[in-house]
Design a protein around this ligand. Structure first.
Ligand code: TYM
Length: 339
């Protein structure tokens, strides 16, 4: 769809976000962030540490603030360049909350009750099913629509939320006239869903109780090797991508993502090898792949002033874009213009 609000825009716009809920996982990295870097050369990219979303679960404020800064540094360590892209912290740009309200009034209660992530999280935190958790997907729609993003690079688990954002945009445009671009998802060829190392039918997630289920991108080499060594596989012994071999399929996907080799090349490379040997090779490859992230993170965390400069500048640039779109949507719904 053409961009309605900025017809002069030469490049398509990309938006994506990640929650500052701890060190990113290998799933976050291979499923999403790894794709964000290369997009910077072709598109106008806007990337955000979405701290407002993270507030839907109870957090210790001191730890939360620290995790947000660390997540920002991690994003830069993963190759997101604040000179090429707009990289900011969500709560620094008030446009998200403003558009959130307008969109909430164009979203049905029934639509939100169908969101599987809400159902999962409500089950996980029965003592705190706050309304923020329930309306989370509306804020996510606002994040995307407030920049009129064309493309949203995400992992598979966010597909339902993106679908809702599209529906809200279509409905708003039908009711008030063309306002929002209808965004498309962008999914990497491999890695759109990296599974838990302990239960390969579930996605790899920070909130997994089993410490061996999840690889964090700052894990040291020994930890990475140990986690892969303990990865759950099957009773077969062949390294082959096939139905019913969820554990091996997941390890092959990870190995493929970090080495660039396709499945048939991996099958030939490990033909005749045992699972133990393969797991070790995957662990080694992942550790080597993540080494530059670990060292860059260490360097950046030693320069907090630079980080602050980057996120302050990012928020100002983000606001300059989003404020125009909020103003446009405000006029459309009939708010009184005061400028
Ligand atoms: P979050 O913070 O849970 O995850 C960030 C990104 O990582 C992807 N991801 C995975 N991909 C593959 N395999 C996995 N195991 C895996 N785990 C996580 C997620 O799909 C996501 O792309 N609601 C979003 C954050 C958000 C957002 C947005 C994203 C808020 N507003 C607007 C895009 C656009 C979330 O909780 O992602």
């Amino acid at each position: 769809m053409t961009d309605i609000s900025q017809p002069e825009r030469a490049k398509k716009r990309v938006f994506s976000g990640i929650q500052p809920t701890g060190v990113f996982t290998l799933g976050n990295y291979l499923g999403a962030i790894r794709n964000w870097g290369p997009l910077q050369d072709e598109y106008d990219c806007i990337y955000s540490i979405v701290d407002m979303h993270a507030l839907t679960v109870k957090r210790d404020p001191v730890k939360f603030r620290q995790q947000t800064i660390e997540s920002y540094a991690l994003l830069l360590s993963c190759g997101i360049d604040p000179k090429k892209s707009i990289v900011f912290i969500q709560s620094h740009n008030p446009s998200h909350a403003q558009l959130n309200w307008i969109l909430a009034c164009a979203t049905q209660f029934g639509e939100l009750t169908r969101m599987t992530q809400f159902k999962d999280k409500a089950k996980k935190h029965p003592d705190d099913i706050n309304t923020g958790l329930f309306t989370y997907p509306v804020l996510m729609a606002a994040d995307i629509l407030v920049y009129n993003a064309d493309l949203v690079p995400i992992g598979k688990d966010q597909k339902q939320h993106l679908e809702l954002a599209r529906n809200i945009a279509v409905r708003f445009n039908q009711r008030f006239g063309d306002t929002f671009v209808i965004p498309d998802g962008y999914f990497g060829a491999a890695g759109a869903s990296i599974k838990s190392l302990q239960d390969p039918t579930k996605k790899m997630s920070k909130s997994d109780d089993n410490p061996n289920a999840c690889v964090y991108i700052l894990d040291d080499k020994d930890t990475i090797l140990r986690k892969f060594k303990r990865a759950v596989t099957d009773s077969d012994s062949e390294i082959r991508f096939a139905e019913g071999k969820d554990g091996i399929n997941n390890l092959m996907t990870i190995y493929s993502c970090v080495t660039g080799k396709d499945f048939s090349a991996i099958e030939s490379e490990f033909s005749g090898c045992g699972y133990g040997e393969f797991k070790l090779a995957v662990g080694e490859a992942v550790s080597d792949y993540l080494e530059p992230v670990r060292s860059e993170f260490k360097r950046l965390m030693g320069d907090k002033a630079y980080l602050k400069e980057c996120y302050t500048d990012g928020a100002q640039r983000a606001f300059r874009i989003s404020n125009k779109i909020v103003t446009k949507a405000s006029r459309k719904v009939g708010f009184v213009d005061y400028r």
